[in-house]
Ligand binder design. Structure first.
Ligand code: NAP
Length: 262
């Protein structure tokens, strides 16, 4: 995720000398320096001294160990923190970071790797308007952003767009199999499935109509699509999707509670 953000920022015209990185692993630092020509430190403290915006891109379970030794310099320099760690609540970041800090929590998703991510953002009240704009422009470097009114909505964002790519892969997997079961070559079924997914998303982005209206537009009475939708409905597919997203949201809440107890 960190390398995607660096790539996105450089691609959006950020100067190399505006970005620095800290990672304890020498091979990671070498790889990042070679790929992006940014400065890479072994010690996270060097970043706190050098940056007015810090992106926390470690695994959630690492966050306590990363922030606790930085509490004193963080309180001294008061940088804007942007945490992309799933499930790490603002109050935990405050506890481990030595007190209140301007902090934005962001939940991106894996299409950020190709600049087509979707991120939900939530800022605490210490974040200024200029810092909100800065956080948004950083996440926009890898895709679309939306601001949330309440931190708890990040659990829903995690369930919808965070895990969402996997739902589409699941549907695409089934569609490819249907194509091959019904006589197409696997490569042909894959390509047709992929281009259909991409084309449907692009069409929906361009048109103002609701998803339901777009679907109705390709569902002629008595036609093939109507037969397929009837089969989906008979299997309760619509309600299953809603239940699946809710299951992911509940799991996100449970995982966040476990992180709270670290
Ligand atoms: N991947 C996703 O789709 C996704 C989506 C939304 C949010 N996120 C969040 O993004 C965060 C990063 O995920 P990722 O998939 O990019 O994980 P990742 O590939 O494991 O990246 C984490 C990086 O942090 C480094 N690191 C470990 N300990 C550190 C320390 N003490 N100080 C500084 N750096 C340290 C790791 O180095 P080593 O490899 O050397 O340990 C690694 O380079 C996670 O919190 C995740 O919840 C990910």
């Amino acid at each position: 995720m960190a390398t995607s953000l660096i790539g996105g920022l450089l691609g959006n015209g950020w100067a190399v000398n505006r970005i620095c990185v800290a990672d304890p692993a020498p091979q990671r630092r070498r790889a990042i320096t070679q790929r992006f020509s940014v400065t890479a430190f072994a010690d996270n403290g060097n970043v706190v001294e050098n940056a007015n915006i810090i992106i926390l891109a470690v695994k959630p379970q690492m966050m306590k160990d990363v922030l606790t030794p930085l509490a004193v310099p963080l309180q001294q320099y008061q940088p804007l923190l942007i945490s992309i760690a799933a499930g790490v609540r603002l109050h935990s970041i405050e506890n481990w970071g030595g007190g209140r800090l301007p902090t934005v929590r962001a939940m991106p998703n894996t299409p950020a790797l190709v600049g087509a991510g979707a991120s939900g953002l939530y800022a605490n009240s210490a974040v200024t308007d200029a810092q909100r704009e800065a956080a948004e422009s950083i996440l926009r470097a890898v895709g679309t952003t939306v601001w949330l009114d309440d931190e708890s909505q990040l659990d829903t964002v995690t369930a919808l767009s965070g895990s969402g790519p996997a739902y589409f892969f699941y549907l695409m997997e089934a569609m490819q199999q249907a194509g091959t079961d019904l006589g197409l070559e696997a490569d042909t079924a894959r390509l047709l499935t992929l281009e259909t997914a991409l084309g449907a998303a692009r069409l929906a982005l361009q048109e103002q109509e609701s998803f339901a209206d777009l679907r109705r537009r390709v569902t002629s009475p008595g036609g093939t699509t109507e037969s397929a939708i009837a089969a989906f409905d008979a299997a309760g597919a619509h309600d299953t999707v809603i239940a699946a997203v809710d299951a992911a949201r509940r799991r996100s809440e449970e995982l966040a509670k476990l992180l709270d107890e670290l």
